[in-house]
Design a protein around this ligand. Structure first.
Ligand SMILES: [Fe+2]
Length: 183
């Protein structure tokens, strides 16, 4: 896979797949009644996630558990509350395509439609620039417009974990850690 690091990079984090599958099974219905956002889960409830956050303390204390049904199209958007996200594939990612877009209309203002979590973009204001299928943990720049297309027949499950670093800072951190010089 050729990665376009303007949008996404490989932090080379080792994640145990079987443990992640157990976590999503355990946490599937563990919804915090005090949280208005039903996909939020607490890191403190899962020792394996606590151990990852001990290594990378800039990861948030909450993460999102997303189960997207087959056929779902997530329209072009930016994540308004978080700019940089570690996404961890768990189940059925083979047929999901994420696309990043370039904004061609510089005057264009995205809008809040259904939720306050997403800023949505009209497809006339952007052009697709890069698409990929996530088959390992990746960090993405969620402040750039992107869309998700869940193809195939099975629901796609990921853990999506925000962080207190912007995209450039995260890239520098992981490249240094991995012994690579940042560009
Ligand atoms: Fe997003």
């Amino acid at each position: 896979m050729i990665i376009n690091e303007k949008y996404v990079f490989d932090p080379q984090i080792e994640i145990d797949q079987a443990t992640m599958e157990e976590i999503v099974r355990r946490q599937a219905n563990n919804i915090d009644p005090n949280s208005p956002i039903h996909h939020h889960r607490w890191v403190k409830d899962e020792p394996y996630l606590i151990s990852i956050r001990e290594k990378y303390p800039f990861l948030s204390e909450i993460y999102s558990l997303y189960v997207f049904p087959a056929g779902l199209q997530v329209e072009i958007h930016t994540d308004s509350k978080r700019s940089t996200v570690l996404n961890i594939p768990v189940l059925n990612l083979e047929n999901t395509i994420t696309t990043f877009y370039k904004v061609i209309d510089e005057e264009y203002q995205p809008f809040n439609k259904q939720s306050k979590i997403l800023m949505e973009y009209d497809s006339k204001a952007v052009v697709p620039d890069y698409s990929y299928t996530m088959l390992k943990p990746l960090i993405l720049n969620a402040s750039i417009p992107h869309s998700i297309s869940v193809n195939g027949n099975l629901p796609r499950t990921i853990i999506s974990w925000g962080m207190k670093k912007n995209y450039q800072e995260a890239m520098e951190f992981f490249k240094n850690q991995n012994g690579l010089t940042s560009s």
